[in-house]
Design a protein around this ligand. Structure first.
Ligand code: G6P
Ligand code: MG
Length: 217
């Protein structure tokens, strides 16, 4: 039985993934190497600090903690600069209609994002009021693929994990949902998400309605 839907933010509700990529790529270029789109896939759903570690490994660069902290801050400034122009027009297709239909069906709605900017982004795109709980990067100790993000969300909403669907664009996020005993729906290109054991993979929210997802139980 479906009681709640938990949404990742970046790449699911809004296409901020492209801004994260631009900002990380500029950082890599500044250090003298490039970051491919394929390498960027591995950063999706991964925290800022962990993403930087992965990137430094790709470039074979060793830095002291202080420099790393500075680079992470610079990346975030650049990311937020890119995000500033965001408006409700940037909500991905079908998302708001889908959220409205969940409200109508009295299915609870939560956000589960690794981002420390999640609230700000939701405000920019005008969707904050849909979410009965927001679990973001400021609240969690263990990032995806650990299930903590989504388990906290289920707890906040007072529902069993088995009665939740998680919507995710990242392999780490699908793994987190499955580790938490939830149904996982992948958003995006299917190969990697299917391999991560998503229960369903769809290109976007235009392709589903509440009835489709109720059948996943
Ligand atoms: C999301 C994105 C990642 C990002 C992480 C932390 O999970 O998919 O690309 O690194 O959030 O975001 P933040 O806004 O806190 O740097
Ligand atoms: Mg994401």
């Amino acid at each position: 039985e479906l009681n709640a839907c938990l949404f990742d933010l970046d790449g699911v509700i809004v296409d901020t993934a492209k801004f994260h990529y631009i900002a990380w790529r500029e950082l890599a270029n500044g250090l003298g190497f490039d970051l491919t789109e394929k390498q960027n896939e591995k950063l999706k759903g991964v925290s800022r600090v962990e993403s930087l570690e992965i990137i430094l490994k790709i470039g074979n660069v060793n830095l002291d903690p202080e420099t790393k902290a500075k680079l992470a801050a610079t990346k975030n400034d650049r990311y937020l600069e890119l995000c500033q122009k965001m408006t409700p027009d940037d909500i991905l297709p079908g998302v708001q209609v889908f959220l409205d239909s969940l409200i109508q069906e009295k299915i609870k709605i939560g956000l589960g994002s690794a981002s420390k900017n999640a609230r700000l982004i939701l405000d920019y795109i005008g969707l904050t009021h849909y979410f009965a709980t927001i679990v973001d990067g400021n609240r969690i100790n263990k990032g995806k693929p650990d299930p903590e993000t989504f388990l906290l969300g289920a707890e906040d909403l007072d529902v069993n994990p088995q009665n939740c669907i998680v919507f995710e664009d990242a392999v780490a996020g699908i793994q987190a949902a499955k580790a938490g005993g939830m149904v996982a729906v992948g958003i995006g290109s299917s190969a990697e998400l299917n391999a991560a054991n998503a229960d369903l993979v769809i290109p976007g929210f235009q392709d589903i309605d509440v009835n489709t997802i109720k059948h996943l139980f």
